[in-house]
Design a protein around this ligand. Structure first.
Ligand SMILES: O=C(CO)COP(=O)(O)O
Length: 249
């Protein structure tokens, strides 16, 4: 069975609540496409107004991070129950920016993965190599470790519903997209890794996105690859171009 494509915008630290609502209103008609899962992953403070603004549309709301405890003395953090109560269906975990600036590790990503599943939130787990790692020829070793540790104790049934985003760090926000061949090669490698950890059925079901300078011009070719099931889009998710990416065909 063909996997349904999933195109998610990662707004990062952009848009105040009122700007967020205005952007949703602008994008709503442009992203109407029932053949694709469309997700807006937005800053925590924008989640409630965005959830309200997307009511009655095909757009799902995602968070950009989440903590792995239920509640308590964790000043500044957001719990899984807070997200689900606000209508969140997806959460981006382990984005390279969180790994670089906020000390996220494979182990904390794994704890968050387990919590997300427990609460019925679909994780979009990010992985990806640095330029140095690519040049050293260790891309797949590094990514396999991110995936294997990130999925520790995740069941096959849970893994089947998960999303993995392959985002080469050197392609994020740089305008430098991985070539279609490079992107497909790694996404196929991630699927093979899932097949090893679980089984073929899980590898066939899991959705793998490419992220890193996806735009209206390159989406169609990237999403046509056998192992690329959509995209995680940064910069281009904040403008009308996102509609063209969702309607890439
Ligand atoms: O980090 C990304 C999405 O999570 C990619 O960002 P850009 O699309 O701006 O390169």
């Amino acid at each position: 069975m063909a996997r349904k494509k999933i195109v998610a915008g990662n707004w990062k630290m952009n848009k105040t609540p009122s700007e967020a609502v205005a952007l949703v209103e602008e994008l709503k008609p442009l992203v109407a496409n029932e053949d694709v899962d469309v997700v807006f992953c937005v800053p925590a403070i924008d989640i409630i107004p965005v959830a309200e603004a997307v009511k009655g549309t095909n757009i799902q709301v995602g968070a950009e991070n989440m903590y792995f405890e239920e509640s308590g003395a964790y000043t500044g953090e957001i719990s899984p129950a807070m997200l689900t109560d606000a209508g969140v269906k997806y959460v981006v975990l382990g984005h390279s920016e969180r790994r670089e600036y906020f000390a996220e590790t494979n182990e904390t990503v794994n704890k968050k993965m387990l919590k997300a599943f427990e609460h019925g939130i679909t994780p979009i787990m990010c992985c990806g190599e640095t330029l140095e790692q690519r040049e050293q020829g260790v891309t797949m070793d590094f990514i396999r470790q991110q995936v294997k540790v990130g999925f520790q104790n995740v069941t096959a049934d849970q893994a089947k519903t998960a999303v993995i985003a392959y985002e080469p760090i050197w392609a994020i926000g740089t305008g430098k997209t991985a070539t279609t061949e490079q992107a497909e090669e790694v996404c196929a490698g991630i699927r093979a890794c899932i097949a090893e950890v679980y089984d073929e059925a899980t590898a066939e079901a899991i959705r793998i996105q490419y992220g890193g300078s996806v735009n209206a011009g390159n989406a169609a070719e990237l999403f046509a690859q056998a192992d690329i099931d959509g995209g995680l889009v940064g910069g281009a998710s904040l403008k009308a171009d996102f509609g063209k990416i969702v309607n890439y065909k």
